[in-house]
Structure formats: C-alpha cells, structure tokens
Ligand binder design. Structure first.
Ligand code: FMN
Length: 399
C-alpha cells in the first residue's frame, strides 16, 4: 500500500506543476510542423484562435512577433490571463432546446448593434503584421459585424527602425483608418493622453470629425511596462515620461467632448466603483494583456471579485473585459459574470498576417465556438447565461 501511495503523490505533484503552454497540443504541429519558416500555412488550416499565434510566429520576423507577443517582466500575468479560465469548470445543463443558439449572439455595446459580444481590442502597430495594417481590422470588423476599437494614434509612438515593415508603408492616421469604414459602421477610438490640453482637445476633435462613436481612455499605462522580451530584441516602446491619469482629469476630459469616454484598464473592485461614481459609461476590465504590471489580476479574477463584492456595478455601467481570451469557452465564463462584451487583442493581431481574410476567419471561428460551446452548455439563448453555469471554486485538475 505504502509503495503505491508515495509515487501517486509524486505524480500528482508533477502534474500540478505542469508547464505553461502557449498553444496546447491539438495536433497543429503534426499537421503544419513542416511549414517553411517565413511562410504562411493555408488560412483554412487555422481551426482555432491559438493557431494564428503559431502562424504569426512562423511567418513574421522575430522582432515583429516579439512586439505583439511580449508581456511585462516574467510574463506571469500574460500566462495567468490564459490559464485562469481553466481553473473553473462549467456546470452544463442538458435536455434544452439549443437549436436556435446561433441567432442569439447579437448584442448592443453602448446602444450600438453588433452581431456578437466580442470585439477587436485596441492594439497599436498593425503595420508590423501586414502592409494594410489597421485597414484590415476596420474592414474585417465590418464584414463580421463586430466592434473595432482603433488602437492608439500610431504617430504618438516612435516606430522602431529595427522592426521590419514593408517599405513605402507608413503608419496610418486616425483619419485614414476611419475613412475605411463601411457605411454606418460603428468604430471606437482609443487614446493615450498627456496632460497637454491642446493636444488632447485636438485628438478628441479629430476622432469625432473622423466619425468615432466613442473614445476609450486607457488608464492602466501611466508609463509603458517593464517588458524584458521586447527589451532583449530592442523593440520596446520609447516612453520616458509618466502620464497624468486621475479621476479629476477624467472629469475634465468629459467636459472637452460630447463623445462617451470609456475607461480601459480597471483592475479592482474599488476602481470599478469609482468609475460608476464618476459616471463612466463603460469600463474595460483589463491588465493590458499582461503588458503593464506583472502580477496584475486577469479580467476574469476582477470580474469575479466585482460579482461577489459589488454586483451592482454590472447594472450601473457597461462592463467589458479583455486578456487571454482564446476560446469560446473563455468568453462564456466572462459573460456568465455579467460582462457585456469581450475584447481580443493578440489573436486579431496575429490573424492580420493573413490580411483582412485572416481577421474575418478569426471572427467567424470565434462566433462558431461561442455558439457551439453555449449549446453544449445547455443555453437556448446566449443572453440566458449567468453565474450559475460555472463552478466558481478552483477545480483540482488545472494545475
Ligand atoms: C501588440 C499590442 C499592442 C497594444 N496596444 C494597445 C494600445 O495601443 N492601447 C491600449 O489601450 N491597449 C493596447 N494593447 C492591449 C490590448 O488592448 C488588450 O488589452 C490586450 O491585448 C488583451 O489581451 P490579449 O492580447 O491576450 O487578448 C495592446 C496589446 C498588444 C498585444
């Protein structure tokens, strides 16, 4: 008995400490492993969002891929963003009519209609993935009927000379990106702001003039994070001064535009409640994809804390969330807590290596997964999901 018991403990200990997997083994290496470095597989070979990460890594110059992939410091938050979803099991319900689930994905975001409750998170520098850069996101989002939040105004960042980008292609301006919109397409504009009111007013006015339907003020990056992976390859963003970001400043910003200003980068119950107090129309629970403060909680952990300690927040403002979402099931767990819309950053940046078609395929795959997973969870309508569909205590098999 004893000789059996001891190894069992050792084995379970070893399993608990299993290594992080950027893309879990689903057979992709066996099928695409021989793809020549620097070339792309067929788009139809992309069967899930993690596949785009693999394809971008295989295709892009190392510096370009690293710019997208990197996280802060030891990248613990980057990894936790993905792993956290597997710590909670679903509580499926069977014997329900789920045949109409695909018709129930649509939602509203700040009153605008979209075909699904997920969107393209704002990410700078689409140019490092494809010559058409952000245009692929605008057009892909239009084709898929989802929201695109345009990343920071590219020229605010100094492009690194050593990151290859196609010659002749410059970064796109706010005006150029919004000009690519389809008739009636709703697009939001994310901004990093400095305390310089003239500059801020100019960005607000230009965003409005270009047709942005809302602004997104990123508050989790008073200075760009310590990014060792990027520093190693010299692809860190130059960011030498600390930005002034306070609730008083937010109040002032509200007086400078009539566009709604969403606050992106909320990571605590306290700040979520303060956002409600300051009449923020929507917040994004986000740790910036683990690129800012290593050790910052994932959006799922923050959403769970809000659900337990201040559930009224989900009624008092619209709550969106991003970070580590790679599967339909990840999105379902956020929706279950009351999150209204879910952002995906890197998966779309990676899908962009295939151009607009890649972005469209990523949207289609995510929609299909959401519907299939919701059906297998036992939902007749995606909007029926609530916290009772998930066991909110850690399971013991995720390590
Ligand atoms: C390459 C890259 C660039 C980003 N640039 C911005 C940005 O300009 N503004 C911003 O608010 N967030 C930015 N983010 C954060 C994303 O909006 C989002 O919070 C994050 O990517 C979500 O995590 P995910 O990549 O795991 O989906 C960036 C993320 C990446 C990966």
């Amino acid at each position: 008995m004893r000789s059996f018991f001891v190894p069992t403990i050792l084995v379970s200990g070893a399993l608990a400490a299993r290594p992080f997997l950027n893309e879990p083994d689903t057979g992709l290496e066996q099928v695409l492993g021989n793809t020549a470095e620097g070339s792309l597989p067929d788009l139809t070979d992309m069967v899930g969002l993690p596949d785009f990460d693999w394809a971008a890594r295989n295709y892009l110059p190392l510096q370009n891929y690293t710019y997208y992939r990197n996280g802060a410091a030891g990248e613990w938050s980057y990894r936790n963003n993905m792993e956290v979803f597997n710590r909670y099991n679903f509580i499926p319900s069977v014997m329900n009519d789920v045949t109409e689930i695909e018709d129930s994905l649509s939602t509203t975001i700040l009153g605008h209609n979209f075909t699904a409750p997920f969107y393209i998170s704002p990410c700078g520098s689409g140019i490092y993935g494809h010559p058409n850069a952000e245009l692929n996101f605008v057009k892909g989002a239009a084709a898929g009927g989802i929201l695109y939040i345009v990343g920071n105004y590219p020229s605010l960042l100094s492009y690194r000379a050593n990151i290859p980008r196609p010659s002749g292609y410059a970064s796109l301006s706010i005006e150029e990106i919004h000009a690519a919109k389809a008739q009636g397409q709703v697009v939001f504009q994310q901004l990093y702001l400095t305390k310089n009111d003239t500059e801020t007013q100019d960005l607000f006015d230009r965003s409005k003039e270009a047709g942005a339907d809302a602004l997104v003020f990123t508050v989790d990056a008073p200075i760009f994070g310590t990014r060792q992976r990027a520093a190693r390859l010299d692809v860190s963003l130059a960011s030498s001064s600390y930005r002034y970001i306070t609730w008083d400043y937010y109040k002032k910003l509200q007086s400078m535009t009539d566009l709604p200003i969403i606050v992106k980068g909320i990571m605590s119950v306290k700040d979520a409640k303060l956002a409600v107090k300051h009449k923020v129309p929507a917040i994004v629970l986000s740790n910036h994809g683990g690129r800012q403060l290593d050790g910052a909680p994932s959006a799922l952990e923050v959403a769970l804390e809000i659900y337990k300690k201040a559930p009224e927040v989900f009624e008092e403002t619209e709550v969106y969330a991003d970070g580590g979402v790679r599967y339909g099931t990840d999105a379902l767990k956020l929706l279950a807590l009351g999150v209204k819309a879910i952002g995906l950053g890197r998966p779309f940046m990676y899908s962009n290596v295939f151009g607009q078609e890649g972005v469209e395929r990523a949207i289609a795959l995510m929609k299909k997964e959401l519907a299939v997973d919701a059906a297998n969870l036992g939902l007749s309508d995606l909007k029926e999901i609530d916290a009772s569909y998930v066991q909110w205590t850690h399971n013991d098999w995720s390590g």
